[in-house]
Design a protein around this ligand. Structure first.
Ligand SMILES: Nc1nc2c(ncn2[C@@H]2O[C@H](COP(=O)(O)OP(=O)(O)OP(=O)(O)O)[C@@H](O)[C@H]2O)c(=O)[nH]1
Ligand SMILES: [Mg+2]
Length: 261
């Protein structure tokens, strides 16, 4: 881990060229910066019950909003005999999406990931607790991040990493370890959602009416796409859920209070 020597002080604070922001966890309403000046986001998920397509879409929206290159890292391939189906399911979530399957504990399996960790390149790792973010950091660097087994009962991690840390790679790249996220709530993310669901927008553009609610209207592009199977019901619902959350963010507090009465 990179720790400044005693007496060392920052010389200059770099401008933020990219910034990953999420809504803070729990009932708090403020936003929280996950990391800044990141080039690539490793969206880490394991090939087991953690794998959740709608959650991956949230992470993709987060990366797309920040204009950061997303890579899906599927860990624990050594414990699964269905790696190809995990890979295929992830790959279709975005055009040209890079998906890497790894055993985070085995150096040899990380060769392809290493090609992304080049000098001057900063990569942040995000994902649920227990998926192997710190294990990956340890295997890719000389770091000694604490790791812990996932629970036998529910297969979930134990929130072992509790703060963010920066790690230098031999080749000059930087990795950022982050604490496991329980439930990713997006901050202002309209562009990121539109980029992640660009095919949904193209179906909406085919609606006859500009203000189509995709409900009872005739010549609705969404209904046609759902009927033909070009648009998956789950994906449409996922898009709507994220859009509803964005709308909810934009309702002024006094209006929310009135709506609840
Ligand atoms: N078999 C196998 N075990 C793995 C792999 N990756 C991680 N593990 C194990 O999974 C457990 C959790 O790994 P961590 O690296 O602590 O997970 P994390 O994502 O950092 O979790 P938090 O710090 O809680 O967010 C540890 O027991 C690791 O040894 C893998 O690819 N294969
Ligand atoms: Mg960790």
């Amino acid at each position: 881990m990179l720790i400044p020597d005693e007496g060392e002080r920052p010389l200059r604070i770099l401008d933020r060229e990219t910034v990953l922001i999420r809504k803070a966890a729990g009932k708090r309403t403020h936003d929280q910066i996950i990391a800044a000046n990141v080039d690539t986001l490793f969206i880490v998920t394991s090939c087991d019950q953690d794998f959740n397509v709608s959650r991956i879409e949230r992470y993709l929206a987060l990366a797309n909003e920040a204009k950061i290159h997303p890579v899906i890292v599927l860990t624990k391939i050594d414990l699964s005999d269905d790696i190809d189906s995990f890979k295929q399911t992830a790959m279709v979530l975005q055009n040209n999406l890079r998906v890497e399957g790894v055993n985070a504990k085995e150096n040899a399996s990380l060769a392809s990931l290493r090609t992304l960790c080049t000098e001057g390149h900063t990569i942040a790792l995000v994902g649920s607790s227990g998926v192997g973010k710190s294990t990956l950091i340890n295997s890719l660097t000389d770091s000694d991040q604490l790791t812990a087994d996932v629970s036998f009962e529910d297969g979930k991690g134990q929130h072992t990493t509790t703060s963010r840390s920066l790690h230098l790679l031999h080749d000059g790249g930087l990795l950022i370890d982050t604490p496991g996220i329980r439930e990713l709530q997006l901050s202002d993310c309209e562009t990121g959602i539109e980029d992640t669901f660009d095919e949904v927008l193209s179906f909406i553009a085919q609606c006859k009416f500009n203000n189509c609610q995709h409900d009872t209207e005739i010549k609705c592009g969404i209904k046609a796409a759902l009927d033909s199977g070009d648009l998956e019901q789950r994906r449409w619902e996922s898009y709507q859920k994220l859009q509803d959350e964005q709308k909810e963010r934009n309702i002024p507090k006094y209006e929310k209070g009135r709506a609840r009465k």
